[in-house]
Design a protein around this ligand. Structure first.
Ligand SMILES: Nc1nc2c(ncn2[C@@H]2O[C@H](COP(=O)(O)OP(=O)(O)OP(=O)(O)O)[C@@H](O)[C@H]2O)c(=O)[nH]1
Ligand SMILES: [Mg+2]
Length: 379
C-alpha cells in the first residue's frame, strides 16, 4: 500500500522523516512519500530525509516561525487559515498514485495537536483515498497541559479520519527513563510496524510474492470505520541449519513452521501494543507474517488467523505473508481495529475533565481578582 504521510508538528515531522529514511533503505522503496508541516522553523530544519520542498512552515505572520508553544487552539486556527498551502503541496505530489494518507502528530503539544483534525477533515473532503490518523498520547508524567490538549485534540479529530491509530508514549518507557530518551525507540516501533504492514503487498519480484498477499484493500477493509486501532509486533530469530543440522535438527527449522507462526502471533497480540488495551475488544484484525519465504507456512497463518478470530469479539480477521528472502527472523505485525475497551484512554479523558474544571476555576478566580482590583482607586 502506497501511503502519503503528513507529519504535523515536531513529533509528526520526525516520524514522517523516519518513514522516508526507512523507505529509502528498504528493498521495496517508494512505498511512502512525506510532507512535514510546522509552525516552528527550527523543527523543519532539523529534518533530514523529507525533501526541503515538502516542508511547509505555517503561521509565519502570527508566531514568526517560533512555534505555538503548546497552544493547540491557535494551531488549529492557523492550519484552517493556511490549509490551501498544505493542500496545494499535497496536490503536487501525484495523489492518485497513493492508496491512503497517514496524518501523524503528538496530540499533547500545540502544532500537531491542533492541526491534525483540520488537515484530516480537509483531506477527507477533497480526496477519496482513506485518511488514517496516527496520534501519539503523552506519557502520564508529561503534565496536565499535555493531557488536556490530547483530550481536546482527540475530540476534534475522531469524527474525521477513517481510523485513528493510537500510540502511548508511556507504554514504552523503561524505568528511570525520560520520555525524551525514549522517542527514537518509540518512533522506530511505529515506523517498523506500519512499514511491514504497508510494504507487505508491494513486493514486486513475483518469485517471492507471498502465498497470501496483503494488498492495500486488505488493510483498507480492516480499517474501514476503524475507530480506535493499534498495532502489535513480535519476532523470533531463525537460524538456517548447517550440513549436520540439516540431518539432525531439520525439524526445528522446518517442521515447526506452523507452530512458530502461531506462537509469534500470540506474542504480538499479548505483548506490547502501541496502545495498551484489551485486545479482546477488537472488531477487526489483520495479521502479517514476515520472514524467509520457506518458513511462511500457509497452514500456520491460517491457524493464527483462526486463533485471533476466536480471541476477539469481532469475526473479521485477515491474514497474509510478506516474504523476505534474506531475513533471519520471522516477524508478526497485528493490526487491531475498532477497539472498544481502552482503559488508558478512559483514564486520560477522565483526568482531562478534572484538569479542565481546575483550569476554568483558576480563570474564574483570576477574573474575580482583576474585577476586584478594578473597583479600587489607585494612588
Ligand atoms: N513518540 C514521540 N513523541 C514525541 C516526539 N517528539 C515529541 N513527542 C511528544 O509529542 C507531544 C508534544 O508534541 P510536539 O510534537 O513536540 O509538539 P508540536 O506539535 O511541535 O507543538 P508546539 O511545539 O507546541 O508547536 C508530547 O507528548 C511529546 O512527548 C517524538 O519524536 N516521538
Ligand atoms: Mg514544536
Amino acid at each position: 500500500m502506497r501511503v502519503m504521510v503528513i507529519g504535523l508538528g515536531q513529533a509528526g515531522g520526525k516520524i514522517a522523516d523516519l518513514f522516508i529514511m526507512r523507505d529509502r533503505q528498504s528493498h521495496v522503496p517508494h512505498t511512502f512519500e512525506a510532507v512535514a508541516v510546522n509552525t516552528a522553523m527550527s523543527d523543519l530544519m532539523g529534518l533530514q530525509h523529507i525533501p526541503k520542498e515538502n516542508r511547509i512552515l505555517i503561521g509565519e505572520t502570527v508566531v514568526k516561525g517560533h512555534g505555538v508553544g503548546a497552544d493547540n487552539k491557535l494551531a488549529a486556527e492557523i492550519a484552517e487559515d493556511e490549509i490551501e498551502i498544505i493542500l496545494n503541496k499535497i496536490a503536487k505530489l501525484n495523489v492518485s498514485s497513493f492508496d491512503a494518507f497517514f496524518v501523524v502528530a503528538g496530540l499533547g503539544g500545540g502544532t500537531g495537536s491542533g492541526s491534525i483534525s483540520v488537515v484530516a477533515r480537509h483531506l477527507k473532503e477533497v480526496y477519496d483515498e482513506p485518511v488514517y490518523a496516527i496520534g501519539i498520547l503523552p506519557a502520564e508524567n508529561e503534565g496536565d497541559i499535555y493531557t488536556l490538549n490530547t483530550a481536546r485534540s482527540l475530540k476534534a479529530l475522531m469524527p474525521h479520519p477513517d481510523a485513528v491509530i493510537l500510540v502511548d508514549n508511556g507504554a514504552f518507557l523503561r524505568s528511570g527513563e525520560s520520555v525524551r530518551e525514549a522517542y527514537d525507540r518509540i518512533n522506530d516501533e511505529i515506523v517498523k510496524r506500519l512499514g511491514i504492514l504497508c510494504r507487505a503487498g508491494e513486493v514486486k519480484n513475483r518469485k517471492h510474492v507471498g502465498e497470501m498477499v496483503v494488498d492495500a484493500s486488505e488493510i483498507i477493509n480492516t480499517l474501514k470505520d476503524g475507530g480506535i486501532c493499534t498495532i502489535g509486533y513480535a519476532s523470533e530469530e531463525v537460524r538456517k541449519p548447517g550440513v549436520l543440522g540439516r540431518i539432525f535438527r531439520r525439524d526445528e527449522y522446518d517442521v515447526g513452521r506452523a507452530s512458530r507462526i502461531l506462537s509469534v502471533t500470540k506474542r504480538a497480540v499479548k505483548g506490547r501494543l502501541l496502545l495498551p488495551c484489551d485486545y479482546h475488544s477488537a472488531t477487526r484484525a489483520l495479521i502479517v507474517i514476515a520472514g524467509p519465504p520457506e518458513l511462511l507456512d500457509r497452514k500456520g497463518i491460517e491457524k493464527a488467523r483462526q486463533w485471533l478470530e476466536s480471541a476477539i469479539e469481532g469475526t473479521e480477521v485477515r491474514g497474509g505473508d510478506y516474504p523476505l528472502p534474506k531475513e533471519k527472523h520471522v516477524g508478526c505485525v497485528v493490526l487491531l481495529a475498532g477497539l472498544t475497551r481502552v482503559e488508558r484512554l478512559k483514564r486520560l479523558l477522565e483526568r482531562a475533565k478534572v484538569i479542565q474544571e481546575k483550569v476554568s476555576a483558576e480563570q474564574r478566580d483570576e477574573r474575580e481578582l482583576s474585577h476586584l482590583l478594578g473597583d479600587i482607586e489607585t494612588i
